[in-house]
Design a protein around this ligand. Sequence first.
Ligand SMILES: Nc1ncnc2c1ncn2[C@@H]1O[C@H](COP(=O)(O)OP(=O)(O)OP(=O)(O)O)[C@@H](O)[C@H]1O
Length: 910
Amino acid sequence: MACTTDFRNLDEGFGGKTYKRKRQESEAHGTDDGKSWKQPRKHRLSAAKNNRLSYRQPVGTGSAMPIKLLPHLRFLNPSMNLQPTVRTIPTFCRIFPFKLQYLGLTRINQQPQIPSVRKLSTRPFRTRPGSQSSSSDFNRTRERGRGGEVRASKSLIEDEAELSDWVSDLGSKRNNKYDDDSDFKSAGSGERRGGRERESFPMKRRRENDSDGSRGRGRMNRNSANSFSTNDNPRFNRRSDGESRDDGGDFSRRKSGGIERGNGNSFRGNSNSFRGGNSYSSRGNSYSSRGGNSNSSRGGNVSSFRGNGNPSRGNSNSFRGNSNPSRGGNSNSFREKRNERNDGEGFKKEGMQLRREAKFSEDDSDDSDVEDEDEDEERGKTMNGFEDLLIEEVSDVDDDDDDDDSTLRTNARKSIGLDKEDDVKSVKRSSPGNDNSYLSERRFEECAISPLSLKGIKGAGYERMTKVQEATLPVILKGKDVLAKAKTGTGKTVAFLLPSIEVVIKSPPVGRDQKRPPILVLVMCPTRELANQAATEANTLLKYHPSIGVQVVIGGTRLTLEQKRMQTNPCQILVATPGRLKDHIENTAGFATRLMGVKVLVLDEADHLLDMGFRKDIEKIIAAVPKQRQTLLFSATVSEEVRQICHIALKRDHEFISTVEEGSEETHSQVRQMHLVAPLDKQFPLLYTLLKEHIADNPDYKVLVFCTTAMVTRLVSDLLGELKLNVREIHSRKPQSYRTRVSDEFRKSKGLILVTSDVSARGVDYPDVTLVIQVGLPAEREQYIHRLGRTGRKGKEGQGILLLAPWEEFFLSTIKDLPITKASAPSVDPDTQKKVERALSHVEMKNKEAAYQAWLGYYNSNKKIGKDKCKLVELANEFSRCMGLDTPPAIPKLVLGKMGLRNVPGLRAK
Ligand SMILES: Nc1ncnc2c1ncn2[C@@H]1O[C@H](COP(=O)(O)OP(=O)(O)OP(=O)(O)O)[C@@H](O)[C@H]1O
């Protein structure tokens, strides 16, 4: 069976020998940070261009660690003229103890360092999110100026001008990584051959599909069903791309989870000092009384946000102190604003009658020819190898504390009736309960929202604000930068869209003759589905604002069509995926000028967008919008790491608002979570049995089955289809038009199973999902949470099952703080086993081959599983047998080389 890889095509078409050699060298030396070998790009951002600094990356650092460290290294650089060098190094040590972990200069568990960090800075990452308040619903951290009540959180980059310079500089420094190699430099210095050579390796492949002139290649991709990079999973993609390094991307996040927890531990020392040394007992309390807490805090939290916080809560008081005036003050200012508007200024915008657009790819792109990977999801892949070090170092500290916690959690679980082992059947969704605790008591009318927006809100059926809306709206309306964390499905989209719309309303109307009307609000989303969804929500809210236009720019559609659309119907609100937006910045005439009008920048799923995989693009985007803007970062998961780096987007005095109570899980209590551990050969029959049982118990079933990679998704979908289940599939290898269609269908349907890769993991709002099954190792803790978050939205009940193989069980330790219980596996009768085997025999061979290769690529990128190559191959071959194959499919030598699996026994090369 032919198995042509994308990689081969790409290497031939793009890299050339020098490029390949550089990458191989990089891989061979283990210095590949996942980015550095990429072909350099020409940095085209004019704003950034003008501001270039002479700062250069210290020799050697770039190859030894991810680019992420670059801004910090500026502290070490005398040419920056920040402070005398003798001072900068200790400063660096104090401010970035974790960075020094990466550098191997210190250890995370060197407790004595921590107090000095605390003294030096109270940047929010020094405390666990929300740790200032023991039971506050809205944990607000206001980072004030130096010497403020809460000590200054020193931005990594002193001001945004510097950021812009740095971003500009960064681009060129990255690109000059191989300065000594003239061939390489010339290949990557920006000469655009057909507009592609400038692009990085994986990007290039995506562009091939994106652009008009690349249809041929798009087809090539499509025909090469075994295309190696079939992995939607941002964490694993890099590895699937054939890299040989051994620090699985997934682990970067797992590590990140570890970092978070590790930090939590290290910082717990801090927290202790913060809280007078009671952190353990207070944590214990919060766990042991969780059931009760959530109730009491729900009522209490709202009031504490309104200024009735417990005065004995130390630091959190000061934050609540903030919230008091903010609400009181807001009410006044709202009134004032209303009056202003009623005077005729605010709402009488006679802007151009811009047609609002929320029609996306289907009508205007021939997607049948644009079958491609999702450029943006692809881009979300990371290789934070340096974090390995960290997790290993903190693991000891972690364990002690976690044991302590887990006992408390177990007790807490028992107290709320979650026993250690559950019967899957017993957790059927008996009645579609609904818990309205995600809603606040406050109505939208109480906020400074324009009457027409209020009409739109009413039209959408929203009366009361959700808690995250209640917590963030007043702050955002005051013009503050906000980093917000709230559980999945609790209305974060409206929370950032509504105040953004108000900004548009208050802006001067755009003249009809204005050549390049400004884009006022820019919303960044990591996936196309999410971008479409956010635009749809915006249009709902804008129903009575006919002069405000929304547009979407996403990968998978033709750039030229988007360009045309933007020209004929300029919009004020643009929703985009990062890769495509960057394309427009670089290739659409006048677009960069339009972006200079941006007043509000939103990063939805901010932690994901700030991740290594997206960060480079995000940095460029940040550099392309004005420094004077409001920035809003929203996500259901905000790790300590994200809090460290959020400064690249947010102002120093931003507010961190979390509606996740401290000590409570990041998942919903009304979602029953279980894990099942079963050998690979039992997993397909088990999956089928689970689905059958769920369908039998839930006539209105609506199930999401998450798989590790796009090609495994296709395989599982094929199998379930053969088993006559009502199933659809969605993943990055499907054309965008198909994805949009299936996504819409699933949104509206009942009695349907959607087998999906991680393109559906974040943000997508499918109502009434009854069950989420995750088959195989999730890329990271956060991904598990986001996937699970597709059920239990808006207070609804839901169920989640994580199906792991025995050698994947280690993942459970990363989510042990969540209320997940072990399920007793339903018995699989021999008939079912046979039925599944028969169905598998009908699945196309090429799809099995592709799944095998993708599976191998995915797990190869996992540090733990991918470490022992022989074992990995054994497992892959077991997977092959599970698909009914007697001999494992052969894999092209080139691909094996890229995966670092050449000559590993058990693999067949071709
Ligand atoms: N005030 C409100 N009242 C009732 N429903 C609301 C309100 N605000 C938003 N919603 C609805 O809540 C649902 C979830 O909203 P949304 O998708 O924004 O959640 P989210 O918090 O962004 O979730 P995720 O973390 O998964 O991205 C949507 O269907 C939205 O229409």
